[in-house]
Design a protein around this ligand. Structure first.
Ligand code: S3P
Length: 170
């Protein structure tokens, strides 16, 4: 039996948290929460516009508040976080109090190729060339990974399936 009923997916931008999260939620009969989408719903604007009009600091406040509300009011869910969510305020501690956090780990090369064609919606990387993107990912991952590694489970993101995660949780 699964003892913890909330599952929280952690990982860099482009690591497939939402895609895998939806499948996992389906398989477990849980609801699926996409934190970025919740923020967009709450504020009525895309994250890219939020960054542009209010800046990153404001986004981080809203992100943490939305996370807090969701963690406090929902159960039996799979939640996909934004890539930066674990790295601000004491979010990772809050996350670990409420559920099983799972870090989907990839190396810089794979992240670069995954993100190269999915930049436009992501304000932090929208205008970068491939070389700039790779360097940016390397630097940011260096700063962020210590937070990601506080996750209760760390899995190789390559080829991981919802079924494998379900098996790990059993
Ligand atoms: C961000 C990742 C994005 C989104 C925002 C900031 C980040 O989510 O929250 O653009 O700081 O890494 P995804 O990880 O779903 O792309």
């Amino acid at each position: 039996m699964i003892q913890h009923t909330n599952i929280i997916l952690v990982g860099f931008m482009g690591s497939g948290k939402s895609t895998l999260g939806k499948k996992l939620a389906n398989q477990l009969g849980y609801s699926f929460i996409d934190l970025d989408q919740e923020i967009e719903l709450h504020l009525g604007m895309p994250i890219s516009e939020l960054f542009e009009t209010r800046g990153e600091d404001y986004f981080r406040e809203v992100e943490t508040q939305t996370l807090k509300n969701k963690l406090a009011t929902t159960t039996n869910y799979v939640m996909a976080l934004g890539g930066g969510t674990p790295c601000f305020y004491n979010n990772m501690d809050m996350i670990n109090e409420k559920g099983v956090s799972i870090y989907l780990k990839y190396n810089v090369g794979i992240l670069t190729s995954r993100l190269l064609h999915a930049k436009t919606k992501r304000p932090l990387i929208a205008n970068k060339t491939k070389e700039e993107l790779e360097l940016y990912i390397q630097n940011l991952l260096n700063k962020r990974e210590k937070f990601y590694l506080k996750s209760k489970l760390v899995v190789d993101g390559n080829n991981i399936t919802a079924q494998q995660i379900t098996n790990l949780l059993l």
